[in-house]
Design a protein around this ligand. Sequence first.
Ligand code: DAH
Length: 343
Amino acid sequence: MEQKIQELRAAAQAEISGAADLKELDGVRVKFLGKKGELTSLLRGMNQVSAEDRPKIGKVVNEARAEIEKLIADKNSALKAAALQNKLASEKIDVTLPGRKVHCGHLHPLTLTLNRIKEIFIQMGYSVEEGPEVETDYFNFEALNLPKDHPARDMQDSFYITEEILLRTQTSPVQARTMQKNTGNAPIRMIAPGRVYRRDDFDASHSPMFHQVEGLVVDRGVTFGDLIGTLDFFCKQMFGENTNIRLRPSFFPFTSVSTECDCSCPICHGRDSNCKVCHGAGWLEILGAGEVHPKVLEMSGYSPSVVSGFAFGMGVERIAMIKYGIDDLRLFFENDLRFLNQF
Ligand code: DAH
């Protein structure tokens, strides 16, 4: 009996020290000390031990029990400590590691330019109107005093979808749409930004798709002087206080007195013959404008004897190229990050 107890003790010792985790250790405890455990069954066999041996054997059993209990308790604390160490090691955070850089996008230079143009006109009380990019021949041409056989239609090589529907070649149709929406009511003070399409090559200064901003003012007593003042204010706001404008006579079917407006070169102010923006000319064409043609007013429900107006149309790419000193329009559409990241 005594030998059996010693064997059991040794076996328990080995299994306790071999337990890899708390669960295994608990299994060992149940195996030896549990109700049906090996040591417990040994104790149950005590009645077969003779009365004189009983105290001695009892003592050995109790010692064995106490020792196994202590071994289990010790192992239990050791396993718990090891688990804590593991947890700490695996959850360790190195607060001295340099942070990861978050790459943040930003607005495209054309969007920046468009936003600025809008801002300038909104502060003058203009509304921002929209029109469809797929437009009718009527709004794109006819309502703007360009009948079907008008030679000026050739100035704008168009993408036709059907005989009567095309991709708009200019934002000017939004003039007619806005007037017709307002049914003879004045004043109108609006700009219309958006994409336009022409059958042009894709080169440093042309693109089959580009952006324009149209402007229209209709009211009683609007004069050419109001147009000049507006354009001058716009240029100074856009390119700087010391920018000047210059007007040249021109022709547009939808204006009766027509002009092309240049601004003084904001990059070199005409002082650099190698200037990559004005090439030494000192002036840059920025938009077409004029007094609204009486026929255009009439066709959209306004009486030229009561109201007058002015209109203008500018290319957003062109304005952006001047503003940022860019010499190739294709850069806006190639999405090269080396270019875009500069804004
Ligand atoms: N629509 C013209 C173009 O695309 C620009 C323009 C010129 C618009 C004169 C106007 C204007 O409103 O009055 O070339």
